[in-house]
Design a protein around this ligand. Sequence first.
Ligand code: IMP
Length: 184
Amino acid sequence: MNDDTLNVITSNRGKYVEYKEKLKGHHREIEMVNIDYPEIQTDSLEAVVKFALKELEDHAPLIIDDSGIFIDALDGFPGVYSAYVMKTLGCEGILSLMEDQDDRSSRFECVIGYLDEEKKLFKGISKGSITYEKKGTKGFGYDPIFRQDGFEKTYAEMTSEEKNRISHRGRAMDKLLDHVKESY
Ligand code: IMP
């Protein structure tokens, strides 16, 4: 590790794997840093990330992200509560809530907070639908029940490379990479 190592602050190895894959071929080193820090519960991913960036200043250069799945038929639920709902209801619980729903449309949102010499947020959105059953064993979280528009496979049936090319996190990361360009 050196001072330039980009710390990915997360307890979620699945996210880290995606960041690592995305930075393949770039010379910037990255490292997963799993630390506890105070989090706020608000109705916006951006607010969560901005708050976290202040708490984590000492660990720069760093990235963190806050993400969620927003289901139209459930008025955007679980959205910013996605982590809690994953822990309590899980994918099966979401499938039960959606049992009689024909409108399966939903979207993933990811807000990356980046702190280096500058502080900046990057947002990526992927639109798709909730499947009728779990499919695939790769990835994490809601991946087995989300199929992005225009694709046959769920995220859990894709490699991290395939998912990264099109996903909310992949898109947010593309924006970050586009912004930092030659320094990476
Ligand atoms: P957080 O961003 O770590 O707070 O994630 C919120 C919840 O959404 C967690 O339960 C994650 O597992 C889930 N989640 C976040 N990103 C993804 C993703 O890319 N695919 C599937 N589930 C995700």
